[in-house]
Design a protein around this ligand. Sequence first.
Ligand SMILES: [Zn+2]
Length: 549
Amino acid sequence: MILWIKNARIATMDEDIPEASSAVVNGKYFAYVGDEAGAKQYVESQPDRDVRELDAGQRRIIPGFNDSHMHYLHYVKTKIHVDLTGTTSMRELIDRMREGLRHYDPKSGLWFVGEGWNHDFFEDENRFPTRRDLDLISTEHPIMVQRACGHIGCLNSKALELFDMTTKEAVEYSKYADVDETGEMTGVIKESLFDYFKSKMPAPSIEALVEMMIDYQSDLFESGITSVQSDEYNYTPEGTFFELQDRLRREAEQKRLRLRISGQALYFKPDALEEAFANGYDHTYGNPTLHISSTKLLVDGSLGARTALMRQPYADDPETSGLAMFTQEELDELVMISHRNNTPAVIHAIGDKAIEMCLNAIERARKTMPYLTPRHGIVHCQVTDMDLIQRFKELDVVAYIQPVFIDYDMNIIYDRVGRELAETSYAWKAYKDLGIHHPFGTDCPVEPFDPFKGIYCAVTRKGFKSDQPYVPGQALSVEEAVYAYTAEGAYASGHECIKGKIKEGFLADFAVLDKDLFSISPEEILETSVDLTYVDGECVFDRAAAIDR
Ligand SMILES: [Zn+2]
């Protein structure tokens, strides 16, 4: 089958032909990109007479978006949890959970979960919820509420009882489990302990999870997203991560899974990483829809919770400079194992100290085995000075950026780290100008996956409610932002020769927009929507058809 795209304004992201008015898809691939006359000539030269036409009516077409870091399975699971995003008080958190409890089915065997709160927005009490607060919702059912950052959670008394963690253990893990003045656990748990706990929590069956992942891919297609790079590990039932990969891979072969998922497989221990590689779960695993792109590692926490690891104590809390999940030696070992297997390590690091540790580990691996060149990267890379950014260039490190983060972070960064460091942080244009690869993403569900929000933040350097921009000199153009959201994403997952551009020989993944992103005001970017989304040259989302239904 041939698909002939006519009467279009195509932003190809291909520097050889940046703009085209017509393109032809033959099978899954773009076979021609250029003007109407060239397209006609190509179509007429083909023996295949099954030609369909897509008259774009002068609408803007771009490559499908690639969200370079998110948690797709976690997003899917938020659909069965109480949504606590936007809560402005402890009172409201409790009320929303009480309301949600009416729909909770204890027979499911699952815990009652809410997520998305951020105590910085609480107007009554500026603190984490505790077991006492959650016991007001229920003492009969186990309850967990997770902060928007995903690094901190709180359990009620019933959940603590089921989790079976003794006060003695809590004291042992005191860095990660808050204890009150009487020595009792408050219910607040953090970071790696929270991750461990989530992996132990009762979860829907693996079959149910796969079906949910297939069902909800349409949400992403509706936003023009055709590829994601996703870290699912903490959200699969314990010990089933590879089974999930195998099942998704089969669903991709059956064409039930169309969303392209590059796995950022999370590890904490060298043994587990070695074992995964020994079993073939390295960067060569998978097919063009479902594969493993990298080893995900976590070095620190979040800026909001002051668990991001800093070289200096926090300006607004000199008692702490954040939390390190690994020593330098431990991190070096994990990065080295991944490097030795030619698989990129992509490492969550937010504070400048954490970023420095990542760069040190990558430098060591590159020097030890210079004949291997996996595309190591740092996810978030928020708090930086220019010397650190220069090292990204020298060590060829990919910067995974979430532009939408400034909506919240621009309000706290000056308080957390002081003016000087704040003004060299989130320095997106610096990465671009130095030629450092800088794919865009959202960390969804920490932030919504809507790519137009990210483009808006990248272009304006503003939050959605702010008048003043944050370090406007680091703004990118719309073209640069779209490039970071498409072609750069493809580079990061190792697919720059096959997707991320509208180019002959590339997979025909693209989106038709209702507005021309490149000629509208920044405010209108936020009102842009996707009319049509194609994967492999086949329509996977059609707004008109969705409305008709
Ligand atoms: Zn993440």
